[in-house]
Design a protein around this ligand. Sequence first.
Ligand SMILES: Cc1cc2nc3c(=O)[nH]c(=O)nc-3n(C[C@H](O)[C@H](O)[C@H](O)COP(=O)(O)O)c2cc1C
Length: 218
Amino acid sequence: MLENYQTPNYHHDDALSISRDLVPLFKRRRTIRHFSDKIPPQEVITNAISVAGLAPSGANKQPWSFVVISNPNFKAHLRELAEREEYRFYVEKPNEQWVKDLAHLHCKIEKPFMTEAPYLIAVFYSHYDVNEEGEKSTNYYAKESVGIATGMLISALHLCGLSSLTYTPRRMTFLAKELGRPQHERTFMLLGVGAPHPEAEVPIITKKRLDDICSIYN
Ligand SMILES: Cc1cc2nc3c(=O)[nH]c(=O)nc-3n(C[C@H](O)[C@H](O)[C@H](O)COP(=O)(O)O)c2cc1C
C-alpha cells in the first residue's frame, strides 16, 4: 500500500539559509567526557530515541533497541565492569598503536562519565529477529542501520542542547548480559548523555575540509 507524501517544500532561499545555519550548529557538537550533574527531563531522552527509531533501515527491519539507565547504583556497577575491560585494554593486553592513537583524546582507564552522566543509553542491534514461535527472520544491513539511527539520536540530543559521549569498550558483552538482553542482540555502543560540566574541556582537534571528504560530478 502507498500513501501520498510531501516534504516541507522550502523555498530554495530558505533551504540554503537552513543548511548554512546547520553547519555552525553542528560544529558545536563535541564528544563530552565530563558531565554536569543537572538531570535533564527523561522525556528529552525518550523523544530523541523516538527520532532514532524513525531512521531508515534495511527493508525497514528496524534492528535496534535502546536501554536508558539513570539508576545511580546500576550506573556505578556498569562503570566498575567497564573499567575492568579498560584495564584489560590498557594494561593486560594493550594494542600499542591503538593506545597511541587515543593519547590525544585523554582517554583513561577510569570512566567517571559513567556515574556522572545523568543518563546512559545502551544501543543494541540484531542480525535477526525471533518471533514468539521462535522463528527467525533476517535483518538486512543491521549494523549500517543502527549506525544511522545512533547518528540521528546523537543529532537529536545535540539539537536539544545535550551532549553525548560515544563509548565503545573493546569488549562490550557485559552490557548485554547485565541488561538482560535477548541472546540474539549485540551491543553497538554505550552513550553517556547530559549537559556538559561547566568546566568540561574538549581536545583540540580538526575536522577534514569539505573538499577532502566530498567530490562533486556536475
Ligand atoms: C564508533 C565510535 C567509537 C568511539 N569510542 C569512544 C570511546 O570508547 N571512548 C571515548 O572516549 N570516545 C569514543 N569516541 C569518541 C571519539 O573519540 C570522538 O568522536 C572523536 O575524537 C571526535 O571528537 P568529537 O566527537 O568531539 O568531534 C567514539 C566515537 C565513535 C564514532
